[in-house]
Design a binder for this molecule. Sequence first.
Ligand code: C5P
Length: 238
Amino acid sequence: MIEVKMSNSSPEIILALDLEDREQINQVLQATGESLKWVKVGLQSFLRDGPSLVHELADAGKRVFLDLKLHDIPNTMAKALESLAGLPVGMITLHACAGPEALSRCSKFAKEAMPDVTLLGVTVLTSTNQAGLEAIGINDPVEDQVLRLASLAVDQGIGGIVCSPLELPKLRQALPQSTALVTPGIRPANASSDDQKRIMTPAQAKQAGANYLVIGRPILAAPNPRMALESILGELSG
Ligand code: C5P
């Protein structure tokens, strides 16, 4: 059974496989080796390569975070999960703004049919700012909306939340300790921030209560991806 980590221990690294093709994916898996336990497959790769990529990654010993951000009517979301039920994945994302009925149906389905899978709620995308929220009729501050959607998801049985590093302290405080917090926007102190703006170092995110750190370019674009990964793991355990 895939065990999803909770707080108070060192967060695990999830490598975001934001790559152009399977050859590049294979190269980075070779380069990072066994220290890499989790990988994130998003829409780009899943729509291109399909379930066979997920099987291949699982066969290579990796745990897969399938970041599909499902959002539809409750029946369609539950049926989408049914279609994913045979896949060897550990985490799947869905949009918390799909609402209580969809979240509840998905979490009930997952508990019965995919007991090894943790569903993660996505709240307000970090690409959405205050003006973006207002444009869709939500006048509350972004952080209130994040907290509202995160609490809604957890109340409906969703096991974890994807959040920005800066949201970690509030969510860690407001949500049960058993809720997994999964955080992108992580940059080691000496790494380029790329296009990420609200970032934390791995150690800061650990301190703030993250359970999983989603990291892409600091490892993918490093001259030596294995060394970059080992250095982050060292920072987390030190
Ligand atoms: O390369 P980098 O470390 O910035 O990659 C972070 C990963 O996390 C990417 O796959 C990106 O799409 C994802 N992500 C993010 N910010 C969010 C949600 C997801 O950077 N709010």
